[in-house]
Design a protein around this ligand. Sequence first.
Ligand code: KG4
Ligand code: ZN
Length: 336
Amino acid sequence: MNIMAIESSCDETAVAVVRDGREILSDCIASQVELHKLYGGVVPEIASRKHIEAIYGLADEALEKAHITREEIDAIAVTYAPGLIGAVLVGVNFAKAAAFSLGVPLIPVHHMRGHIAANYLAYPDLEPPFICLVVSGGHSLIVDVQGYTQFKILGTTRDDAAGECFDKVARVLGMPYPGGAALDKLARGGDENKYPLPHTKLSGNPLDMSFSGLKTAALNLIHTAEQRGDSLDIPSLCASFSRAVCEMLVPRTITALEASGYGKLAIAGGVAANSRIRGAFEAACKRLGAQLYRPPLSLCGDNGAMIGAQGYYEFLAGKRAGQDLNAYATRSIEAG
Ligand code: KG4
Ligand code: ZN
């Protein structure tokens, strides 16, 4: 079954063709990052306009690269939540028109479910159940993936998302948006023990996370040094910050993994590209004898193929949308 998948929830327009949920026939992305860099973050209205400009050409390119014709598309999958509402709407409207004109089913896909499904593309043998840490620019979730379309949130951030914090600290250090990857690169040359940063203590659910205190502490440290005219060891600050984020994410995810008894852990989302986080999970899973699934960096960030992978399993579960499909800025991964 060939699914054409559309993703436009933030600042990447993406169209892919995926066969049977596991095989990428094409995966085309038009990134708007260079444009939003000028403003230090995504400008929603500009994002929507750029999606409209890019999406038609990208769909043709996706077909061409997949070496298939329009008639060979069996269904259209689309991210319909969560995301920047104007941006998501562009993809949803394009997908509706494509499904209608081709006479094929329309499958609505939750963006964070898509991130998790990137693992099915990277690991053809991976099947639920497993535990997944999904960390992106807008979300940080520890999820029990009970089935392809059954999800239970075990822990979530109480405030900022991990990616948001990486980007904010990177921005204050003068790195262009989105700074997460640049901060990661700089951190590799630093001493992660040089700048002690606080560990926020939370009451209630022990798997919940918090990043805003950590972000504020890092920003205060930078501003205080600036005011005093002290020079900062930037690579070491990046390394200390990355370590602190890791210490918020990794032990909680490992607690969830051990409690589940699944012995299988996946990571997903843009922040799953972080080298410190990838290394920490590798060490922890080795120690526990658990299997770790990490998508290649190209499948961690937003892409269309992950929507095609999840779309296949949503299709098998009977999920369909009509021409009245709406887009949603927020929606729980559990509701789907
Ligand atoms: O999943 P994603 O591409 O988009 C959203 O759905 O939000 O995630 C983007 C986020 C950004 O905050 C970006 O800075 C972060 O992922 N990111 C990283 C790294 N690569 C991307 N954060 C830390 N280390 C990285 N290597
Ligand atoms: Zn994403």
